[in-house]
Design a binder for this molecule. Structure first.
Ligand code: PAF
Length: 278
């Protein structure tokens, strides 16, 4: 397995036509393994599977959050090796940004909702770095997880609107046994918060398994589950949206998504579940 740290070397790398990229910020866990395995299924033995590991400063609206983001390169290297990754792209900040940039990439509609409403500038940072990674690595396919559903929807729109010839593959959310979506932030939960955090999935599945079709009723149901079973959690948002436009909807009469963001102390967890019209 090769590690490339410079943009110049990465651009010149003799890639195969079936190069698959799994973009990550490192601190790899079981959820990332699932993305990497989805990538490996696509490349087989012939293609090139590339994992990028880069903690992108421009997508953090909180500097402290950026500073405390776990950096575990040695462990990440081992995981990539175990999963049959061919190449890790691991650039430094100065490789990725000169500090003199005056151009960024922004999506103006899907970013208005859910996380975009409370994390100003976050998706602009994501869109910009993903565009840079696509241009530097030039993959044929890139894999993104459904756990970051809004990010996935925005990247799909970015690829369409900016005419990237890159196929986007969606990977399912990986969960702990009790349903909590695996995230690098879970390690910041204390024991009691961790115990209560499985309520997020309980609340989501209560919505998806209900025959109720009024979004407000479903939201009230899951809010009451969270308030009674996860008193340490503070809801940032709890919404039901159209799966394509991400606009809040009144009635489940189309492919929908229930999405939630919840704080346990300073740790913000997100999760979602797809709901289909009956
Ligand atoms: O999902 C992530 O880990 C990041 O947002 C991404 C896509 C690697 C961009 O920095």
């Amino acid at each position: 397995m090769r590690v490339i740290e410079t943009v110049n070397e990465m651009v010149k790398w003799p890639r195969t036509n079936d190069t698959v990229l799994v973009p990550t910020m490192g601190a790899l866990h079981e959820g990332h393994r699932e993305l990497i395995r989805a990538g490996k299924n696509l490349t087989g033995e012939e293609g090139t599977l590339i994992v990028s590991i880069y903690v992108n400063p421009t997508q953090f609206n909180d500097k402290k959050d950026f500073k405390s983001y776990p950096k575990t390169f040695d462990q990440d290297y081992k995981i990539c090796e175990e999963e049959g990754v061919d190449l890790i792209f691991h650039p430094s900040d100065s490789e990725m940004y000169s500090g003199k940039e005056t151009v960024s990439v922004n999506e103006s509609k899907l970013t208005k909702y859910l996380c975009g409403a409370s994390r100003s500038g976050h998706f602009e940072g994501v869109c910009t770095v993903v565009t840079k990674l696509f241009n530097i690595i030039k993959p044929a396919t890139a894999v993104f997880g459904k756990k970051d559903y809004q990010q996935l929807a925005i990247i799909k729109k970015l690829v369409t609107d900016l005419n990237f010839s890159i196929k986007i593959i969606e990977a399912e959310t990986v969960r702990e046994q009790d349903g909590l979506a695996i995230s690098s932030r879970n390690k910041f939960l204390n024991a009691e918060e961790r115990k209560q955090s499985n309520t997020i999935y309980k609340a989501l599945t209560a919505m998806s398994s209900s025959t109720e079709r009024q979004a407000s009723e479903l939201i009230a149901l899951s809010r009451s589950i969270i308030e009674s079973e996860a008193p340490l959690g503070t809801i940032d948002y709890l919404e039901i949206v159209d799966r394509k436009t991400l606009e809040p909807i009144q009635k489940i009469d189309r492919p929908s998504l229930a999405a939630i963001a919840i704080f346990f102390s300073k740790t913000r967890l997100i999760d979602n579940i797809e709901i289909n019209s009956l």
